[in-house]
Design a protein around this ligand. Sequence first.
Ligand code: ZN
Length: 178
Amino acid sequence: MVTGPLAEMLARNKAFAKTYTAPVGLKTMASGMRSSRAGVVVLSCSDPRLNPYQILGIDSTLKATMVRNAGGRAFDAIRTLSVLQAIGNPATIVVMHHTDCGLTHFHDSDIKKDLLEIAPSNAQEINASSFGEITNGVDASIREDVSLLRASPMIRSDTQIVGLKYDIDTGALTEISV
Ligand SMILES: [Zn+2]
């Protein structure tokens, strides 16, 4: 039995499904995306305070999709970006990091300390892992991740890769040149 906020969410889904209209099938969508190269992939943080669809005014007229992880870090997103590239061949990938990000406050040492308490027998693996800490501000993490994607052999070299900083206090985006 599901309890807590998810129970409310599941109740809301029942209402959602009543008026739902199915989109076009994956193969139809993918072939249109590949031929138009209209797709934009936004890599951003999982922080629930930011909604990339709202921030960028994305609606059904714009072909955008999201990859989200802690910090919006590129090393953690390569698998998904590779899959999206194979399916929809987007012409643009956006790296969007934000001010007051959790990874600027909680560093790898904090995350490792937490994990070592949960899984002490996995100490070797935990200590060898990188969790994407941001220690020099988000301008630097954006530049690092744009550079990583531009240099990645897994990402098509003709992909436009753009770095954006989202100011969580003002809602404004600033392009970070790399
Ligand atoms: Zn964040």
